[in-house]
Design a protein around this ligand. Sequence first.
Ligand SMILES: [Zn+2]
Ligand SMILES: [Zn+2]
Length: 292
Amino acid sequence: MLWPLAKRRHLAPNPQLAQRVIEVRQENPEAERWLELVEAAFAEAGTDMAWGDAVLTIVTERPVRAPILHQAQIAVRRRPAQRWLRQVLELAAVDHGERAVPHEVEATALLEAAICQDDDRVDAVGLRTNVDPPTLRVIAQMFALPLLQTCGRALAGHLPAGSAWWEGYCPVCGAWPTLAEFRGLERKRWLRCGRCATGWEMAWLRCPFCGETQHTNLGYLAPEAGETTRKVEVCDSCKGYVKAEPTVRPLAPWEIVLDDLATVPLEVAALDRGYHRPERPGFALEARIVEA
Ligand SMILES: [Zn+2]
Ligand SMILES: [Zn+2]
C-alpha cells in the first residue's frame, strides 16, 4: 500500500498537461481555483490503481435514446474511492480557509449523484459538509471524473456506429457537450463530453440542445479582438450556447476540460447576451454505484 505517497504521485503526471495548466494559469487567473483539482483528477484518471478494476454492468435493452450508462451498475472499491474523495475535498478546500468533513460523506452516494448529474442529491450529500452547494457540485464532478473517464475508455467500442446517435447529449453519460470541435481539414463538427471524453459527430447546423436546424435561428458569437479561432455557437430558439474551436485532431480528454476553463470570457459574452446552458442534464441518467 502506498497511501502516504498518493498525493506526491499526482504531481505533473503528464508534461503536456502540466504545460497547458501553466498557460491557462497565466492567461486566466480566475481559473486558478480549479486548476490543481483538474490536474489531480486527470492524474487519478490516468492511473488504473483505483478505477481500472471498477466493474461495469451495462443494460443492453435500453430505451433507444438512452446513453450507454443508463441503468448501468458500477462496482467500485470503497477505500480508493474514499481516499480520492478526501484528496478532492482537501484540494478544493484550500481557498476556503476551512476544512470540509470528508469522513462524514459517503463516497459512493456522492459518486452516484455526480454521475447521474443529480444536483439535488449532490446538495443533500453536501449538507453534511461545510462546502457551499455550487462549489460542491463542481467538486462532485471532479470526484466522478476518473470513473467517468474510465467508463468512456471502456465503452469507446460500444458507441452507436457512424452517425447513428442523433441526440445532443453524450451517448455514454448523458451530459450536454462541453464544447464542439471543428475537426481536421474537412472541419467536421464533433461534440465532446468533458466528463467521459466521448465524442460524437453532429451536423453543422443543428442545435445540440433543442435540435433546431433553421439556419436563421442559429448563429455564433466571435471574440472581438485577439483570439479569432474560438467562438460560441448560439441558438435563438432555445437560447442555448456551446463553445466551439477548430482542432487538427480530437482533443485529449484533459484538453476538453482545460479549454473549457480557459474560455470563460467567451462564456461570459454568451451569458451577457442572454444565452445560457440548459439547467437540466441532456438525459436523466439512472446509474447505480455499489461497493465492490
Ligand atoms: Zn459523457
Ligand atoms: Zn436550441
